[in-house]
Write a protein that binds this ligand. Structure first.
Ligand SMILES: Nc1ncnc2c1ncn2[C@@H]1O[C@H](COP(=O)(O)OP(=O)(O)OP(=O)(O)O)[C@@H](O)[C@H]1O
Length: 680
């Protein structure tokens, strides 16, 4: 025996010893649960026997003959050379049946594109697609159901990405979730639940550290993942779905997360997770395994029996290999190519590999269909039928509004990008305005300088408000969608809470800018009212700008995209804002741009305020009268019209943003057995 083999043998012995110890401790835990008077159920199959269910509403989910097809539009060239659109049908999941039982930790493994996420999303009620048709049946505790979403308050879903508010700490994230999602629970009980969850998830050390993001470092990746799981566990779900929970984590942290899920399943939670390339240790933690390849199941059962099963089919995993890597190789065409190369067969062609691989997968599918794994998939009759969700949200609309208002306000204050950066921006721009435009005269060039200074300030305020608003909602977008999917709150409370929380800042930033620049630059100081009117017009410009930015960030789902489009979506408003081109000279087909320009109304209101009472020394060359700057600029609208237009347009943008928020957070989910009308 070589040294390497000796080391590997001793590692195996250590592993087997550890595994025995873990089994002993697990059975000790189970005995403890039993003595604590928890309900005990004995399942039909071997996996389920002796499992103790600690939760009050266990869920067993069964699906039968599940087919999911997608209709894909393709443009092809017809015989006469014309381009035609044809609809192609793609079968993503092929006649799948399966069962997920309480107290089991099931992993779904398969190559990329095999259908793991589609299956997980369908079973959890998260499948969102306009082009899919689904047939089959779904049973929850042996009762046929049409939509798992009707039971969403008893299940939870942890997304692959950790979508949390970066300015919150894990404690604040848990407390906020508890406040929103735990009904009929008093404050003390909520705190108890949050604290015990923090302890169970080993988050005590970082409970008061900000979660952070890519810009501001906060808690570690593993802590973030455990926080994401914890947020979902607050409601004590009976079934927990996870999409690749170990992606992006180092092996030790990944193992910690998997052990946490194993513990949950030991308590009776039905845990199901897709997973990418698990290590041997992680693989050992799974109780059940579903192997999916090209939309078909090729193994479903006890994960520890999978090696023996494939060995009996003639596919023996080499000694000391990671079983999951071996299964992935079996399910991958590249794996077959490697096998040939290892055997020294280098002459094999691509076509032959393809045929042999397809034969292999078909063999696995056929073998699975006649195996005893399929017989063990019948739902047991052990669990009580479940109640559908009785209400939409757990707390009242007012409570949702207050909690969301508080959260939006806190996140504005604690987010350095928001408060600090925008305030500093305003100060720097105010100083730049003073440097460039001071002093302002009362002759012809004074008119030009004053107009320039006012348009410059309007531009700063409008651009800062638009880009700031885009950044704020874009950063929050995924959190909003996750919380809406969780049915944590309605769109209304979120919308109003956010608007109201941001309102003081809509006043603060323009006010700061005008306060610094107004008197230093030499604007009209005959009466204090001129200062306040300019502040009010810039506050309205800021309001309209943030409203427009909010609408853009709701319509476009990527911040990078909106930022790239901002020049196209904003500069026309600026050019036709009344400074670069006289209002009377704008071509009629561009007039509509002028009518909705925040630059125009902000600039006009501030120009009316500035120029109204100053006696300029210059004279009109034609009439010989004292020159009239408002006439020169072509300003026809009254002060009231300009203010009214900014408020009305701002409110209009917010109204459309509200409608769009509704649409994006209630996407179309394909219904079971609903026929699609496919049009080419
Ligand atoms: N709405 C859709 N329209 C068309 N095809 C789709 C749609 N959704 C998924 N698919 C296709 O279905 C197949 C399975 O996708 P799925 O995301 O479930 O795979 P997966 O196993 O989770 O892959 P990965 O591990 O890479 O995430 C893929 O080929 C994918 O392109």
């Amino acid at each position: 025996m070589s040294d390497l083999q000796a080391i590997q043998m001793s590692l195996m012995q250590v592993e087997s010893f550890q595994s025995k110890r873990e089994n002993q401790s697990a059975s000790y835990d189970r005995r403890n649960f039993a003595t604590n008077n928890f309900i005990s159920y004995t399942g039909e199959n071997s996996v389920q026997s002796s499992k103790i269910i600690q939760i009050s509403n266990p869920i067993e989910l069964t699906w039968k003959n599940l087919n999911i097809e997608a209709f894909i539009k393709k443009s092809v060239k017809s015989l006469n050379g014309k381009k035609e659109t044809v609809i192609e049908k793609k079968q993503i999941l092929k006649n799948l049946s399966g069962t997920l039982r309480p107290g089991q930790f099931t992993a779904i493994l398969g190559p990329s594109g095999s259908g793991k996420t589609t299956l997980l999303n369908f079973l959890s009620g998260r499948l969102v697609a306009k082009n899919m048709e689904i047939s089959g049946s779904l049973l929850l505790n042996n009762q046929e159901i049409s939509d798992i979403d009707d039971f969403s308050n008893q299940i939870a879903y942890v997304m692959q990405d950790d979508i949390l508010l970066s300015s919150f700490t894990p404690f604040q994230a848990f407390k906020f979730s508890a406040d929103l999602r735990l009904k009929d629970v008093n404050e003390q009980q909520k705190l108890q639940r949050v604290n015990s969850l923090i302890k169970d998830l080993c988050l005590s050390k970082c409970q008061d550290t900000r979660i952070g993001d890519s810009m501001f470092r906060g808690i570690s990746g593993g802590e973030r993942k455990r926080t994401s799981i914890g947020v979902e566990l607050l409601t004590n779900p009976a079934m927990l779905f996870l999409d690749e929970p170990t992606t992006g984590l180092d092996s030790y942290t990944a193992l910690q997360v998997i052990e946490l899920l194993e513990n949950l399943s030991n308590k009776g939670v039905n845990v199901i997770s897709t997973i990418h390339q698990p290590s041997s240790e992680i693989f050992n933690a799974f109780e059940r395994l579903i192997l999916i390849c090209r939309g078909s199941i090729i193994y479903q059962g006890d994960s520890h029996k999978a090696l023996d099963y494939f060995s009996a089919l003639g596919y023996k995993c080499p000694d000391y290999s990671n079983p999951s890597e071996y299964f992935m190789k079996l399910m991958d065409k590249e794996g077959l190519l490697i096998e040939f190369i290892e055997k020294g067969e280098l002459e094999i062609n691509e076509e032959e590999i393809k045929t042999q691989f397809e034969n292999r997968i078909q063999f696995f599918v056929n073998s699975y269909k006649i195996s005893d794994q399929v017989q063990a998939l019948q739902p047991s009759c052990l669990y009580q039928p479940l109640q559908k969700n009785d209400i939409n949200f757990n707390v009242t609309t007012q409570q949702q509004f207050i909690l969301l208002l508080k959260r939006s306000f806190i996140s504005q204050i604690y987010n350095p990008m928001d408060l600090l950066v925008k305030s500093v921006q305003m100060i720097i721009f105010a100083i730049s305005t003073i440097i460039v435009f001071h002093p302002l005269g009362i002759n012809q060039s004074g008119i030009q300088d004053r107009s320039g200074a006012l348009f410059f300030i309007t531009t700063i305020i409008a651009l800062t408000s638009i880009s700031g608003s885009v950044a704020t909602f874009s950063a929050e977008r995924h959190l909003f969608l996750r919380e809406r999917f969780n049915k944590s709150y309605g769109v209304g409370p979120y919308f109003w809470g956010k608007n109201l929380a941001e309102f003081p800042f809509h006043i603060l930033y323009p006010f700061l800018n005008i306060l610094i620049s107004y008197y230093s630059i030499g604007f009209n100081d005959q009466q204090a009212q001129y200062f306040f009117v300019l502040c009010a017009s810039m506050i309205c410009t800021f309001f309209y700008g943030t409203s427009y930015g909010l609408l853009l960030s709701v319509i476009f789902n990527k911040m990078e995209l909106v930022m790239a489009l901002i020049p196209v979506l904003v500069i026309p408003f600026m050019v036709l804002g009344g400074f670069f081109i006289n209002s009377n000279n704008i071509p009629h087909y561009f007039r509509w741009i002028e009518y909705v320009s925040m630059f125009k109304y902000g600039f006009q209101a501030s120009a009316l305020n500035e120029f109204e009472k100053i006696n300029f020394t210059c004279e009109d060359q034609v009439s010989g009268k004292q020159c009239d700057p408002l006439d020169q600029l072509g300003i026809n609208e009254s002060m009231g019209t300009n203010f009214g237009a900014m408020i009305a347009l701002g409110m209009g943008c917010r109204f459309f943003a509200y409608i769009m928020m509704h649409l994006i957070s209630t996407p179309k989910r394909p219904k079971l057995n609903e026929k699609k009308q496919v049009k080419s």
